[in-house]
Design a protein around this ligand. Structure first.
Ligand code: FES
Length: 71
């Protein structure tokens, strides 16, 4: 099933979600800090960027509980 916003061709894309994860779609290699591949099991994955996830490097929704600087 095609994903909303994803063209399904060409390079992958990384979408920065406001106050949330990075959505990685398509042909994008993920590696850890040592350069080792990070296995993906889905075409689109949500990478935590808040540091609060219990399942790093993936987002588990914990960012919703983080205090925000914005009103
Ligand atoms: S961005 Fe969602 S838990 Fe960190």
């Amino acid at each position: 099933m095609p994903e909303a916003g994803w063209r399904g061709d060409g390079p992958g894309e990384i979408i920065v979600c406001p106050n949330g994860p990075l959505l990685v779609r398509g042909d994008v290699d993920l590696v850890d800090a040592d350069g080792a591949p990070v296995e993906r099991r889905r075409a689109t994955v949500a990478v935590c960027r808040c540091g609060a996830s219990a399942i790093k490097p993936w987002c588990d929704g914990s960012h919703k509980l983080m205090p925000r600087d914005e009103p």
